[in-house]
Ligand binder design. Structure first.
Ligand code: IPE
Ligand code: IPE
Ligand code: MG
Length: 238
């Protein structure tokens, strides 16, 4: 669905920006006696299904997935290497899917620590999908909410400003439509783990025990129904 059609429907259902902390890949694999990497592989397929659902949803304009945090480098080297390779394979396989469903791909985070070929793949995928308008899929890669805020503050200060407003920071953040409407975390953990700290200020939270590789569009659909029944007051009284 084109973003301008989504614009018209937004008044009734204000779910514009969905963010997801995909957690539980390792546990999913371990429960089955498999290597953790199998959970990551299955998890990548789920990203595809959820993105396609969002592209066809009447109001969602952006879906942001937490794929690799600034803290995930602490994991064993082999797991980190596997995740980097998986990301490259995912993006390569994904290009026709992005084009078919008119999805624009964007990456946020500090990618300078990634290999040159992976950085190139990310840049190329962004460039080749930049005219797509049914959905923006954002992958947070080597992303940390605190690092992101420090980065934009330093950029603004470098431009010569010494007193900042909330607008200055919101505008400078890499995320499009910076305010998150709904944040989902899978796997039963109920924490933020340094994700989108600025953007979740008035987000609705939903924690599900489902492990990410078992998450699916039916569950997302029922979470969204639940979300639309909530009253978001933003500090007011309505
Ligand atoms: C989420 O699953 C994927 C990444 C953080 C890359 P985990 O790998 O954290 O899975 P668990 O939490 O160990 O089960
Ligand atoms: C958060 O999951 C990061 C991603 C989903 C990419 P983690 O599994 O790394 O978070 P903690 O360590 O449980 O907080
Ligand atoms: Mg985890």
């Amino acid at each position: 669905m084109h973003q301008s059609d989504k614009e018209e429907m937004r008044e009734e259902t204000p779910l514009k920006h969905l963010a997801i902390i995909m957690d539980g890949n390792g546990r999913w694999a371990q429960e089955r006696g498999l290597k953790r990497t199998k959970g990551h592989e299955k998890g990548a397929d789920v990203i595809r299904d959820i993105t396609t659902y969002c592209a066809n949803h009447p109001t969602i304009e952006t879906v942001t997935f937490y794929a690799f945090s600034t803290e995930n480098w602490k994991r064993p080297k082999l797991e980190v290497e596997f995740l980097m390779k998986l990301l490259d394979t995912y993006l390569k396989k994904e290009l026709p899917v992005y084009q078919k469903h008119h999805v624009r791909f964007l990456a946020i985070g500090d990618m300078t620590r990634f290999s040159k070929p992976l950085q190139k793949r990310i840049k190329e995928t962004e460039a080749r999908t930049k005219e797509n308008h049914s959905l923006t899929q954002v992958l947070a890669l080597n992303y940390g909410g605190r690092a992101e805020i420090v980065g934009v503050v330093n950029d603004i200060v470098k431009e010569g400003k010494s007193v900042l407003t909330e607008k200055d920071i919101s505008r400078a953040l890499q995320t499009p439509y910076s305010d998150i409407d709904l944040l989902i975390r899978t796997s039963g953990e109920e924490r933020i783990s340094n994700f989108l700290l600025w953007q979740i200020s008035y987000a609705e939270f939903y924690f599900t025990p489902t492990l990410w590789p078992d998450f699916n569009t039916q569950e997302l659909d029922s979470i969204i129904t639940h979300y639309t029944q909530r009253t978001r007051r933003f500090g007011g009284l309505q």
